[in-house]
Design a protein around this ligand. Structure first.
Ligand code: WT7
Length: 655
């Protein structure tokens, strides 16, 4: 059975969850998708289903082949050419949408900007010309390391417009992480900013970028957005670095959108795996756009009148698919907020919703749990009556948080869509449809129409209703990753080797169905920790710890955490002659932050004389998890030295 990252009682509670919420009739009456027959129709002919959605997009040349599947490589909509930026912008310029807000931006300090579709199109065309003038060509890679500001979307869309692939690196990642990602993608141009605002402080992105570029040979040009208006603190390298606003001053406003083959690379996005360095997830053009376009329209019920807010950063896939591409392909109004939810006060989100009349909110369980803890007085200060639909993503949502979200944010009238997907899947795959699904707290409902999922045992056999197993996808879907950038061998190994015989995609998640056949996601089954909805590789954190001169060996596990879902506990054995101390604990935490980024900072560091290992030398993380969560120890018979773990537990309890 897969390891479960949710505690047994929590899973039990999910499976016996009795509260259920049928679709709200007044919502359902005007929803985009009202016919329950969509599931069956799509299942009968998934290719025809996806093709009809793909045809809602603009193609320069229509495709002539829906799918060619040579496991594990899919090619969707071959023969067709299209451009993602054209679909997100130009397509909306002829009618009433030209003056509609495409992006409403609120900066953390309170500054606001509204870009209509007409404005956004102009800015993207200008920046496309800037990229071309700086030598970027079709097929090149461009790294984007920006805060949550409109320029991030403009830069992504400009890359798409000229056929360069972007690789967005989350602004919270360290210089080392940025360096590694630039090196792997061999990007030729970097787009960054002097800094971004976070809880009243400036996050100095340009300084980190300069550090990342030391010794780098692929990046020829750097474009720097002046976000914090403090250019004196930024050093500009003559010949290499250019201010965004200077380059934009005389950039031409016309730039034709490059016709791209459906299978041309749209972007690379790095995500953590259970082993080794981050994986460059490769997404292509036609299938990806079809997936994000269709899911945004159906799941969020996107309408022209909506003000839609997805709180994710563009540094994550949620920001790619559901801040930029999915909503803009639907001609939606997207709200973008730069900063923290508790700045200057704990009602910032609710004040933004009231200020702009947000109708759809898509956020993460970790945020909801923090709001719950802060108390209902914060949302209570604001009028949230414009909201009509709520979404959740990134990790399993516990029933208490679901109910709180429903009651205090949704006013008991908004459907909640708990959406399961991954960087690799490109778009949402398991989810309710708001006018059709009876939702239950803790369940992500059913596979989206056209998606063929199952839960299987280690032999790849379906486990049937009520039993736990591995979540798999049995058929290719348009927005699936195509490979890992530069490493097709690893692509096969990570996702396709486990159920090679059946040809199933292995998602890395455990799942069960409840008695209605609805999916309950149980967490990762590999050495990946989900910290506040972000994927953290235990291996990466361990490598960062071992990189410190005092550390001999390290093992990390995710322990249950009230707000973050999981927190990182590190068990470290230090070299002979070095003293255990609180200073060293703090230093090790800082070291990991510096090496990878603050999201990977261990919550606790525990010094251990020895780590529990099997006779073949494998660290038994399961036992460490039992210790960290104060549970009875599981089976210890395979330990090489059972006394190690007893010693460890008593040390842990004393610390
Ligand atoms: C992993 C993917 C998908 C965008 C954000 C994270 C977990 C995601 C849910 C959900 C339970 C979820 C899974 C998955 N996950 N959404 N609704 N319920 N678990 O993207 O960093 O690629 O992480 O997040 O474990 O495998 P990601």
């Amino acid at each position: 059975m897969p390891a479960q990252t949710q505690p047994a009682q929590a899973i039990e509670a999910l499976l016996t969850e009795v509260r259920s919420f049928p679709p709200n009739p007044s919502f359902a009456a005007s929803a985009n998708i009202q016919d329950p027959g969509v599931y069956e129709a799509a299942a009968a002919d998934p290719e025809a289903f996806w093709a009809s959605l793909a045809r809602e997009l603009h193609w320069f040349k229509p495709f002539d082949n829906i799918l060619s599947w040579t496991p594990p490589h899919a090619r969707w909509f071959e023969g067709g050419t299209l451009n993602v930026a054209y679909n997100c912008l130009d397509r909306h310029l002829s009618g009433a949408r030209r003056n509609k807000a495409a992006i409403i931006f609120e900066g953390e300090p309170g500054d606001t900007r509204v870009l209509t579709y007409w404005d956004l199109h102009r800015e993207v065309c200008k920046f496309s010309n800037v990229l071309k003038q700086r030598g970027v060509q079709k097929g090149d890679r461009v790294t984007i390391y920006l805060p949550m500001i409109p320029e991030a979307a403009i830069a992504m869309l400009a890359c798409a417009r000229i056929g360069a692939a972007h690789s967005v690196v989350f602004g919270g990642f360290s210089a080392d992480s940025l360096r590694e990602r630039i090196h792997d993608s061999q990007s030729t141009l970097l787009i960054t900013a002097d800094g971004g605002w976070r809880r009243g402080n400036i996050v100095r992105l340009k300084a980190a970028a300069d550090e990342a570029l030391e010794g780098n040979t692929s990046i020829k040009q750097v474009i720097v957005v002046n976000r914090t208006d403090d250019p004196t603190r930024v050093s500009m390298h003559e010949g290499r670095d250019h201010w965004w606003h200077r380059l934009m001053e005389d950039a031409p406003t016309h730039c034709a959108a490059e016709p791209m083959e459906s299978e041309d690379l749209l972007y690379i996005l790095y995500t953590s795996g259970s082993t080794g360095k981050p994986k460059g997830i490769a997404h292509t053009t036609g299938g990806y756009l079809t997936g994000v376009y269709a899911t945004t329209k159906w799941i969020f019920d996107m309408k022209d009148s909506d003000v839609y807010w997805c709180t994710a950063d563009v540094g994550w896939v949620t920001g790619h698919s559901y801040v930029v591409y999915g909503p803009l392909a639907n001609g939606a109004t997207v709200l973008m907020y730069e900063g923290a939810p508790d700045w200057p006060k704990r009602d910032r989100f609710w004040s933004i919703i009231e200020k702009f009349g947000v109708t759809i909110l898509y956020t993460a369980p970790t945020a909801i749990r923090a709001f719950m803890k802060w108390g209902t007085e914060w949302p209570g200060k604001h009028d949230l009556s414009t909201l009509r639909l709520l979404g959740s993503v990134g990790e399993p949502i516990n029933p208490e948080a679901w109910i709180w979200y429903h009651k205090f944010i949704g006013g008991e009238r908004c459907p909640i869509v708990d959406t399961w997907w991954q960087t690799e899947t490109g778009s949402i795959l398991i989810t309710p449809l708001p006018a059709l699904s009876t939702t239950k707290p803790g369940s992500a409902s059913r596979p989206f129409p056209g998606i063929s999922a199952d839960i299987v045992n280690e032999h790849g056999e379906s486990v049937g209703t009520g039993n736990g197993g591995f979540l798999v996808l049995k058929k290719p879907w348009p927005s699936m990753l195509r490979t890992l950038w530069g490493d097709d061998v690893r692509y096969r190994e990570v996702y396709w080797s486990r159920f090679e015989k059946q040809g199933y995609y292995f998602a890395g998640d455990g799942a069960k169905t409840d008695s209605d056949g609805d999916y309950v996601l149980l967490g990762r089954v590999d050495d990946v920790i989900n910290v506040a909805g972000h994927r953290v590789s235990t291996m990466e954190v361990e490598s960062a710890l071992v990189d410190h001169p005092s550390v001999a060996e390290a093992a990390c596990i995710g322990r249950t955490h009230e707000i973050k879902g999981q927190a990182i506990s590190a068990f470290v054995s230090i070299k002979d002659g070095i003293e255990h101390s609180q200073e060293l604990q703090a230093e090790l935490k800082e070291h990991v932050t510096k090496k990878i980024g603050a999201i990977c900072r261990p919550d606790d560091i525990f010094f251990a004389a020895e780590l529990p290992k099997t006779r073949s030398g494998k660290i038994m993380r399961r036992l460490l998890r039992d210790i960290a969560e104060g549970r009875a120890l599981g089976d210890t018979t395979t330990l090489a030295d059972p006394s190690v773990v007893a010693a460890l537990r008593s040390q842990y309890e004393d610390s």
